[in-house]
Design a protein around this ligand. Sequence first.
Ligand code: 5GP
Ligand code: MG
Length: 180
Amino acid sequence: MTDKPPIKVVFSPETIQRRVRELAEQISADFAGQEPIMLGVLKGCFIFLSDLVRQVDFPLEVDFVRLASYGSSDTSSGRVQMVKAPELPIKGRPVVVVEDIIDTGVTLKWLVEYLQSMGPSSVHLCVLVDKAERREVEVEVDYVGFKVPGGFLVGYGLDFDEQYRFLPGIYELTHQGAGK
Ligand code: 5GP
Ligand code: MG
């Protein structure tokens, strides 16, 4: 067996920065004058959200949720729980959820339903990476950075067992046991 590098580049830092700027322009055009709450899903969102809000050119507020998934994240039976709820009042406000990756869709579908129960004026979804082919439940995503067919991605906030979050690009883990 030959030595394979454990990760390969999927999106370079430059490619990501360009795409994030485009997403910010789109969001700026759509939400001008609305003062949305940009709601990041911890921890994976932390770099994407930071880059995104600095490119948006209107007033906004930032908040975070943290979710835990139980059971296999490979199946739609995975249960989701709110570990850290939003702190800002959401009633009557436009909310833009900022998430690293949508895969089966279970997590974001659950989060949208949770947020809807708090009476926001709107809920939109912004994800950096969409694994659309792996979707198991229907979720409407409004802003998508990149589409990928699969593979387990790390970097730019995304981890594997808490490793790799700090990397400036997005990479695919290619070693055995990397999952998905
Ligand atoms: P879901 O299957 O519910 O759409 O996604 C569950 C969670 O799994 C996402 O919030 C995301 O954080 C994580 N996830 C899905 N695919 C990947 C991946 O390729 N890399 C990493 N680091 N996390 C992923
Ligand atoms: Mg996540």
